[in-house]
Design a protein around this ligand. Structure first.
Ligand SMILES: *Cc1c(COP(=O)(O)O)cnc(C)c1O
Length: 226
C-alpha cells in the first residue's frame, strides 16, 4: 500500500515542481494540500509516513474522526462549506479554512475567537465560474465582503480560493484561475491593509494549469489516493 502512495506522491511533487518552474516560480511556493475525504484513517497514517503534512477535509464530522486519530502531528485545513453551527468544533484544530463564504460565518468565527484565542486563518471562497452548485462570493461581491470583514479581529484573511468546473481538458478552465488571480491583484491595489498572499486553486484534474496561473495551494485528492 505505502508503495503506491509514495510513487504517486513523487509523481505529483514532480508535476507541481515542473508547473512552477515553467511559469518562473519556485516549487516551494506551492503547497500540496492532500484531500482525504475518501481516505480511511489507516491510509491517512500511511500518507503521514510518506511525509505528507498538510491535509484537507471537506466535512467537519470526517475531519473530527481523523483529527482524533492523528491529531496535531499534521496540519489540517477545512476546504468544504462550513455550517455556522459546526464552527465551534474546529476551534484550535484547523490551521486554515479555505471556504469562508458568508458574512454570517465570518461573524460566527469571529465571535468564537473572542475568548482571547488566536485568530482564524481563512481564505475567502469565490465562485468565479458562477456554478449554481458551488458556494462562494461572486467576484463582484468579493471586494465589499473583504471590506465588511476587515473589522473582525478574529479573522486573519490570507487569500482567495476557488473551485473550477470539472472539464475534460483543463486548459478550458485557465480563465477561471486567471480571473481569481486578477481579482486578488485588483482588490489589493487600493487596500494596503490586505495581505492576500495565497491563492488556493487547482485539483487533481487541473492543478498544473492553476499553478501556472499563480496557485500557492493545490488541493489534491483523487490523483493521490484514488
Ligand atoms: C474533493 C475536493 C478536492 C479534491 O478533488 P480531487 O479531484 O479529488 O483532487 C479539492 N477541493 C475541494 C473543495 C474538494 O471538495
Amino acid at each position: 500500500m505505502a508503495g503506491f502512495l509514495s510513487e504517486r506522491l513523487a509523481d505529483i511533487n514532480g508535476r507541481i515542481a515542473r508547473a512552477a518552474l515553467k511559469s518562473g516560480r519556485h516549487p516551494e511556493d506551492v503547497q500540496l494540500v492532500a484531500v482525504t475525504k475518501m481516505v480511511s484513517v489507516d491510509l491517512l497514517g500511511e500518507a503521514i509516513s510518506c511525509g505528507i503534512r498538510v491535509f484537507g477535509e471537506n466535512r467537519v464530522q470526517d475531519f473530527l474522526a481523523k483529527h482524533e486519530a492523528w491529531g496535531d502531528r499534521v496540519e489540517w485545513h477545512l476546504i468544504g462549506h462550513l455550517q455556522q453551527n459546526k464552527a465551534k468544533y474546529l476551534v484550535d484544530k484547523v490551521g486554515l479554512i479555505h471556504s469562508l463564504d458568508s458574512i454570517n460565518l465570518a461573524r460566527r468565527l469571529d465571535s468564537l475567537s473572542e475568548s482571547g484565542r488566536r485568530s482564524w486563518r481563512v481564505l475567502v471562497q469565490v465562485n468565479v465560474a458562477g456554478e449554481a452548485t458551488k458556494y462562494g462570493l461572486t467576484p463582484e461581491d468579493a471586494p465589499a465582503f473583504l471590506d465588511e470583514i476587515r473589522s473582525l479581529k478574529g479573522l486573519d484573511v490570507l487569500g482567495l480560493m476557488t473551485i473550477a468546473p470539472y472539464v475534460e481538458n483543463p486548459e478550458a478552465v485557465r480563465p477561471v484561475f486567471r480571473k481569481l488571480r486578477l481579482l486578488r491583484d485588483e482588490v489589493s491595489r487600493d487596500r494596503a491593509w490586505l495581505n492576500l498572499q495565497h491563492l488556493s486553486m487547482g485539483m487533481s484534474n487541473d492543478f498544473e494549469i492553476a499553478i501556472e496561473e499563480g496557485a500557492t495551494m493545490v488541493r489534491i485528492g483523487n490523483a493521490l489516493f484514488g
